[in-house]
Design a protein around this ligand. Structure first.
Ligand SMILES: [Zn+2]
Length: 201
């Protein structure tokens, strides 16, 4: 079977992203570096406007046009992620296949790697006659208060496994309503992490 996706090594760190630019013959201008550094530090999906604002707040002078052009170039070449939303595009640091958890309360999108059970994939293939080679899942939900802050960064490398990994000295969030513990739609067996190296502080 053809599998073109395997040909390119996934980008898992800022260095990978910089190297990919170079191997693609893209010039690594200061502005381009700023944008990549910001996305890899933030681990968020940001609009061009937010990227512009944050860089300028950090004292990294960069023009609007330059931000837009660089984001376009980087997402066109598959070095960063571009999420189309009705309000506009958002950009993220992870470019390989991953799933999203959309929080309806805060509008944030959290990156997660989810691996579906093999038998489920096979069932879908049998039903549809399509060989599944890739997938991305969009989860939607609401905030479980209080929001676990470290989850944002950790979620990058941590699979959706152990949704409520018990941590010492941390009380479990109180169940609010039926299904409110967030585990209702999850597959407990989807627990694989492609590569833990992308967890960075
Ligand atoms: Zn993403």
């Amino acid at each position: 079977m053809k599998n073109e996706a395997v040909a390119v090594k996934p980008i898992r760190t800022l260095e990978d992203a910089l190297n990919r630019c170079q191997s693609l013959g893209m010039r690594l201008s200061r502005q381009r570096r700023f944008i990549l550094e910001l996305l890899w530090q933030a681990h968020e999906h940001l609009s061009a406007r937010e990227i512009y604002d944050r860089l300028n707040q950090q004292g990294k002078a960069i023009g609007h046009t330059s931000v837009y052009q660089n984001l376009e170039a980087l997402s066109d070449r598959g070095i960063i992620e571009c999420v189309e939303r009705s309000e506009g595009r958002l950009y993220g640091n992870i470019s390989d296949s991953h799933s999203h958890i959309h929080c309806r309360d805060t509008d944030r999108i959290v990156d997660v790697y989810v691996e579906l059970p093999k038998d489920l994939i096979e069932k879908l293939e049998q039903q549809t006659g399509v060989k599944i080679t890739d997938y991305r899942i969009d989860f939607y939900g609401t905030e479980i208060a209080p929001a676990p802050v470290p989850a944002l960064g950790a979620a990058l490398g941590a699979a959706i496994s152990a949704p409520a990994a018990p941590r010492a000295a941390e009380p479990a969030p109180p169940p609010k309503s039926p299904g409110a513990n967030g585990s209702a739609g999850r597959h407990p067996s989807g627990t694989q992490v492609p590569d833990p190296t992308c967890v960075s502080p």
